[in-house]
Write a protein that binds this ligand. Sequence first.
Ligand SMILES: O=C(O)c1ccccc1NCC(=O)[C@H](O)[C@H](O)COP(=O)(O)O
Length: 261
Amino acid sequence: MTILDKIIAFKKKEVAKIKAEVPVKKLVESPVFGRSTFSLKKSLLEVGSTGIIAEFKRQSPSKGIINDTATIEEVTNGYIEANVAAQSILTDTSFFGGTMADLMEARVINQYKPILRKDFIVDGFQIVESKAIGADVILLIAACLSKEQLKNYGKLATDLGLEVLYEVHNEEDLDKIELDNKIIGINNRNLKTFEVDLENSIKLASQIPDSCLKVSESGISDPRIISGLKEYGFQGFLIGENFMKTQNPGEACKEFISQIR
Ligand SMILES: O=C(O)c1ccccc1NCC(=O)[C@H](O)[C@H](O)COP(=O)(O)O
């Protein structure tokens, strides 16, 4: 059983419990449900976009505790000040120490840039929930969803005005997605070994059509990597640990962005 299998098994139980307690009607009544969303696609394609999607990440299965003192307020303000293209918030509690309240707090502060809800979507309920807590973008991980689920959940998100970052780890994942005009995130972290290999982005990039926006995810720790990945057509770069492991993630992000050539 891989860590992803464990997370998904846990998540399915967690979502079933929440669904039994919270009616969808309640989600739709959220004050932020009807707001218009910020587009990740637009933000990444904007002239002068840094392309950086900076993540708030307290802990992870691969690294344990990364930062248990940073606050959403200081990090969100720091990332915006650094001119990120978007912010990512891990809302999973059991494995990543995040919460939906983290995203809701970030949304109040961040009225400028898209927010990606980084979680493990296994049910359409979580997509409605994502809109209700103030997210602009959801993550759909191909490895843990069927072809049909990817299509249906993608449609539900779009109907709600949310964008989707489709995450792939290999060719098998890519084959499950209708690759036209999508935002595709290639994750460099092997979920069996936790090893990070940036070559994974390069290897899969050539199999993604130009109509898609390519995002490289995980293990990016040097601004020179960004220039290298840009040559393979990447326009988005999801970075968590490299910023969050420092005393001041916002400042680390600003410094990193200033060094991108
Ligand atoms: O980060 C992990 O250990 C992990 C383990 C299992 C599933 C997902 C995991 N991470 C989620 C992410 O995709 C990353 O948080 C994101 O790409 C940023 O990665 P990094 O810059 O390496 O923190």
